[in-house]
Design a protein. Structure first.
Length: 502
């Protein structure tokens, strides 16, 4: 994006008023905004009153504060101002030294106006190109951050991902993310990276206080050895760091603060303050969304519990069956190394897999003997009833195929559709194994619980026909390794503890 001359503000610094006026007139004729200062100290005063200065054209030899000292002040203050040096022939070496310290170019005296305008135009073009590159780079960084955060849903993962992205983009020696718990004023550490804070507990304590001030006042801090003593918490000690602190705010909701620390490295800049502020705004929103998602999820779990309890109220002998199936499923899912989303689906489907039995008549549901063919046909309708009930809840749509098909068989002789192995959803096959296992090892109206060894033998004999062989073998191995009684105890003391398992 090309920068128009009228948007560029230039400060001309020289102790010769006549030269300043000549430069001012020539630059204004080209459309630039022009300010003047008679020496380096006066220039700093002008800069303090005009923070949007883009370029300084400065003589080197001046009273009070010379051009080299002014350049050093500009760099120490991390001001994004291009510096063009004017110098006599006798001080060309000094001008080159200025360029090593960050000056954009130098202009030997005496010079003609056209030479001045050419130099200024070049610096403006270079500045425009630099800004375009920085904007493009920052856009790429923001897209990467957004994609990374969008791939996470739970709060802990978002916090760790954010700090990882910050480390990659800002290269701090240490970083700490503070979070505000509930509506408390104090911040607590959420993620800490790097050794500097661990090596100096006193530094960490002071940084935490400054982070709390940053959040309460919605104020960023950019500190280094030149200005750290201005802050009361650091006024009594040496400060050999560059520190950047930015608050995390989402729609004015105080979320937390991020702190970056460098030692013996290039100081943080005002541009990095701005970029980190954008990063902070993104993660603050992501954190708030994660908290909202968690609340909605908790509400859904409560709904799920109510559904399961409704079924249990009809059938005393299935009391606790659904929750045990859910936790067995999660246990097998963990053994299979399923991801968190699949584990979530397994748990929810496990709790709700028999919800359709709410539509089965009590005399069939609680019959103390084997069902006849007609009664069994009625019982086989419960997956379809479950699908009809759950389809009314949009947030449960992903578990519908699991619940609907959990009585299908590998050999295609199951119900309700009679589909074969290749068509049965994988998670439905997981539920099918643990559902059968739980039913066999629990008391029912028509029989007592079977011993674990008997249930194991039935599962193994039905593998490859009723259940998937690999799933049966893995479940049998898991129960054998951990012990049936140990697994039962683990399940019995953790009903509905979804978050413990995912």
């Amino acid at each position: 994006m090309e920068i128009k001359n009228e948007s560029i503000k230039i400060l001309v610094v020289d102790d010769e008023e006549s030269l300043r006026e000549i430069c001012k007139d020539a630059l204004r004729d080209e459309g630039y905004q022009v300010l003047q200062a008679e020496d380096g100290q006066n220039a700093l005063e002008v800069i303090a009153a005009n923070e949007d200065i883009d370029m300084i054209i400065s003589d080197l030899r001046m009273p009070v504060m010379n051009g080299l000292e002014l350049l050093e002040q500009i760099r120490n203050k991390k001001l994004d101002i291009d510096f063009l040096v004017m110098t006599g022939f006798a001080t060309i070496e000094t001008a080159v030294e200025c360029m090593k310290k960050g000056a954009a170019d130098y202009l030997p005296k005496p010079f003609n106006i056209n030479h001045l305008l050419v130099k200024v135009s070049k610096v403006v073009r270079d500045r425009s190109a630099r800004m375009d590159r920085a904007r493009l780079s920052n856009i790429v960084r923001m897209l990467n951050l957004s994609n990374a955060l969008n791939s996470q849903l739970d709060l802990k993962s978002i916090c760790y991902e954010f700090v990882l992205q910050v480390q990659r983009n800002f290269l701090p020696d240490s970083a700490v993310l503070f979070m505000r718990r509930d509506d408390r004023t104090a911040l607590t550490k959420s993620v800490v990276r790097g050794r500097l804070f661990r090596e100096d507990p006193d530094l960490f304590s002071k940084v935490q206080k400054l982070a709390e001030e940053s959040l309460e006042k919605n104020k960023s801090f950019l500190l280094d050895p030149s200005n750290a003593s201005d802050e009361p918490v650091f006024s009594d000690q040496e400060f050999p760091y560059s520190m950047l602190i930015v608050p995390l705010l989402s729609q004015m909701k105080k979320v937390g603060a991020i702190v970056l620390l460098r030692k013996d490295k290039k100081f943080f800049t005002t541009d990095e303050v701005q970029l980190l502020s954008v990063f902070a705004a993104h993660v603050a929103t992501a954190i708030q969304n994660a908290k909202m998602y968690s609340r909605i999820r908790d509400q859904n779990i409560n709904i799920i519990r109510s559904y399961a309890k409704a079924v249990e109220a009809k059938d005393y002998y299935t009391k606790g069956h659904s929750e045990r199936v859910a936790l067995y499923a999660v246990k097998l899912g963990g053994f299979l190394r399923l991801d968190s989303e699949e584990m979530d689906l397994l748990y929810t489907a496990g709790v709700l897999h028999d919800i359709g039995k709410i539509g089965i008549p009590d005399h069939i549901l609680n019959k103390p003997s084997k069902l006849d063919d007609e009664e069994f046909e009625v019982m086989k309708s419960h997956p379809a009833i479950a699908r009809d009930i759950l389809s009314q809840v949009w947030s449960l749509k992903e578990i519908l195929p699991i619940v609907y098909h959990h009585h299908e068989r590998i050999d295609g002789k199951g119900y309700p559709e009679g589909i074969g192995d290749g068509q049965v959803p994988f998670l439905a096959k997981v539920i099918s194994v643990v559902d059968a296992f739980e039913a066999m090892t629990s008391d029912r109206a028509y029989r007592k619980a079977l011993p674990w060894e008997k249930a194991r033998d039935i599962l193994l004999s039905g593998s490859g026909s009723q259940w998937e062989t690999d799933l049966v073998e893995k479940w049998v191995k898991l129960v054998s390794d951990e012990g049936f009684e140990s697994i039962q105890q683990d399940i019995d003391v953790k009903p509905f503890k979804l978050m413990d398992k995912l």
